[in-house]
Write a protein that binds this ligand. Structure first.
Ligand code: COA
Ligand code: AMP
Length: 618
């Protein structure tokens, strides 16, 4: 039996012994006597996640080691924080939150660009046992308002602006607009003033971050139950209402700490860089928590793969900061490849220290895999996961035993994840046959225990389709060697440039257009971004409109209501949508047509010509 097989089997057969041992990698205030009970991990343990990520390393002699490197080509700043400096900043920021009345269990919304204060704010919440909810900066005011109303924060942490390569994005007016729309009123907003675009502060509500922190006394770590929430991260579901994925403290710390050595093969003291954004789960897990829990140096990069200033940006960061492990999304590599197909920019830098390139966010297509692998000459490792799971479900666990790579596959299930491919009747599909990818319960530590303030939606969305299993929403198959191939979503979630978006949310916006009778949005393949949204709209009778004007108006509405990340630019006016006789829009068939898959019009279709119209428009 291979080393991987042995570890994997043990994690499935003896999960309590397995995770009980892994829990020893974390420092507990009260060590858990019970590893697993009634669906929850480490139920009677107590700890503080910030202590494990920061204080612990200072106490054990890593105080002078760099904890965080902020590299910002958009501002020209590079700044290093040692673990001791990070501790000082986090403790003081936690003190500021205390002064504002934040206590354990309160929620704090963080709407910030990729600046160190975003990381410090997250850790400061963890320090107090407060629950942060980070909202990605590319979302519009309306999306922020929806999250504020659901999370009900006592305090909002934000900044005056974000910086995109082509423009400054004032965040404060977006926050002001969101607070006008939201029913919930946070007691205070703390605004980091950036020199590129300082913001006007609202008297009595807004505080200047630098001043508020300067006046605060450092706060210590508050011990919380392992099952207490660390954060809420809203993610797109199939409707316009986002799902508040909850992460607990104990399972998260254990799983992430374990993953750094076993999945990524990373050791304390090494430089680990996840080129993502703190607004996404990859940013939560592998910019902030996991590298710090493991005593690594993490990189916070405020820039893009191309254009800041050129397609050598990633290679510059790798070479100048001594990055050992790089984690990015295939779309970022495709952007680099498009601008620098021969990899000339990579040749300019000494990349000999880079050991692994990990990829996630969407399927790593074989072309991009081969390009990166030939260019770098190191293992390029696809791994598959989701906001809900918090850490990889399938990967080549190089820290246990590197397995041969099969391009197009994220390799095999990670220990702890009992992956099954099921047919519509719930039977396991034989090797090579595609079905719904599900995880047999229990989920390992670190996976979501529930949706925030919505246990019923959690059960309905994930647990009801296949009793005893968690439904991932992805389709795929296992091959004869047990390698998993994840082929794409089987629901109405799409993936645009590594950003997870809901077509249902876009449909809600489009349906509000005065001339639109009905609509359907699907994801279509895009060479650079993986997928792009494409809308089909039927106009109301008598609406005599130029389709180009309708497209422009709908694009502006989606940008305004959801945000620029939605990249909604194409809307096709059609005579009718394909539907069943009972009126259900055939979205799955539309997706098959768009993906170039074989499709068969269901016998219940109302008007088969409607499908031809869709196919012609693509
Ligand atoms: N704040 C404000 N606006 C933002 C933003 C933020 N944090 N992030 C993105 N936007 C805006 C962009 O400016 C752009 O606006 P535009 O329509 O006016 O040009 C729009 O949202 C789309 O942005 P993006 O998806 O980044 O596309 P792009 O064309 O600017 O760049 C890539 C394409 C591939 C280079 C880029 O998408 C990328 O780096 N993707 C990797 C994503 C990733 O790492 N995801 C994490 C998963 S691991
Ligand atoms: P998110 O929750 O934003 O991380 O998005 C999760 C979704 O992205 C998954 O359900 C998949 O559809 C897709 N995804 C992420 N990583 C991969 C991967 N390595 N291979 C295939 N799909 C992926």
């Amino acid at each position: 039996m291979s080393a991987y097989d042995a570890v994997y089997q043990r994690s499935i057969v003896e999960p309590e012994a397995f995770w009980g041992e892994a829990a020893q990698g974390v420092e507990w205030d009260v060590a858990p006597a019970t590893v697993f009970d009634d669906g929850r991990w480490f139920v009677d343990g107590r700890l503080n996640t910030c202590h494990n990520a920061v204080d612990r390393h200072v106490a054990t002699g890593r105080g002078e080691q760099t904890a965080l490197i902020y590299d910002s080509p958009v501002t020209g700043v590079v700044r290093r924080y040692s673990y001791a400096e990070l501790l000082e900043s986090v403790a003081r920021t936690a003190g500021m939150l205390c002064d504002l009345g934040v206590v354990a269990g309160d929620t704090v919304v963080i709407y910030m660009p990729m600046v160190p204060e975003a990381v410090i704010g997250m850790l400061a919440c963890a320090r107090l046992g407060a629950v942060h909810s980070v909202v990605f900066g590319g979302f519009a005011a309306n999306e922020l308002a929806v999250r504020i109303d659901h999370a009900r924060p006592k305090v909002v942490l934000s900044a005056s602006c974000g910086i995109e390569p082509t423009r400054i994005v004032p965040y404060k007016p977006l926050l002001d607009a969101a607070l006008e729309q939201a029913g919930h009123r946070p007691a205070r907003c703390v605004i980091l003033q950036r020199p590129e675009a300082p913001a006007d502060l609202v008297e009595g509500r807004d505080l200047d971050w630098a001043e508020a922190v300067r006046d605060a006394a450092p706060a210590g770590c508050v011990s919380v139950a392992a099952t207490d929430p660390l954060y809420i991260l809203y993610t797109s579901g199939t409707t316009g209402v986002p799902k508040g994925v909850v992460r607990d403290n104990g399972g998260h710390a254990v799983a992430l700490h374990w993953s750094m050595s076993h999945v990524y093969g990373a050791a304390p003291g090494e430089v680990y860089w996840a080129a993502s954004d703190v607004g996404w789960v990859v940013g939560h897990s592998y910019i902030v928590y996991a590298p710090l829990l493991a005593g690594c140096t993490t990189v916070l990069y405020e820039g893009k793969p191309v254009g800041t200033p050129d397609p050598g940006a990633f290679w510059r960061v790798v070479a100048t900061h001594g990055v050992r492990t790089l984690f990015t999304a295939p779309t970022a590599l495709r952007a680099i490849k498009k601008d620098d197909p021969s990899g000339n920019f990579a040749q300019k830098w000494d990349l000999s220290g880079l050991r692994y390139l990990f990829m996630a966010g969407e399927r790593l297509d074989p072309d991009t895999y081969h390009w990166a692998s030939d260019l770098l000459g190191i293992p390029v490792i696809d791994h598959w996961w989701q906001t809900e799971t918090g850490w990889p479900i399938a990967a080549n666990c190089v820290g246990i035993e590197p397995l041969p790579i099969k391009p197009g596959s994220p390799t095999r299930p990670v220990p702890g994840w009992d992956v099954r491919v099921l047919d519509p009747a719930g039977e396991e599909c034989p090797p090579g046959v595609e079905g719904a990818v599900a995880i047999r319960l229990p989920l390992p530590p670190g996976a979501l225990p529930t949706l925030y303030r919505d246990d019923a939606r959690f059960a309905e969305s994930y647990l009801s389709r296949y009793p005893g299993h968690y439904l991932t929403g992805d389709g795929g198959f296992l091959d004869d060697d047990g390698y998993l191939f994840v082929m794409g979503r089987i629901d109405d979630v799409i993936n645009v440039a590594g950003h997870r978006l809901s077509t249902g949310a876009m449909e809600e916006v489009i349906a509000a257009h005065p001339d639109v009778a009905e609509c359907a949005v699907i994801g279509v393949d895009d060479e650079l971004k993986g997928q792009l949204p494409l809308g089909f709209v039927v106009l109301k009778a008598g609406a005599d409109r130029d389709p180009a004007d309708v497209e422009r108006e709908l694009s502006a509405m989606v940008r305004d209501r959801i945000g620029p990340v939605a990249a909604f630019r194409r809307a096709v006016v059609v005579g009718r949508l394909p539907k069943t006789r009972s009126g259900k829009i055939l979205r799955a068939t539309m997706r098959d047509i768009a993906a170039g898959r074989d499709y068969r019009a269901p016998s219940t279709i109302e008007d088969p010509a409607a499908l031809t119209e869709i196919a012609d428009a693509l």
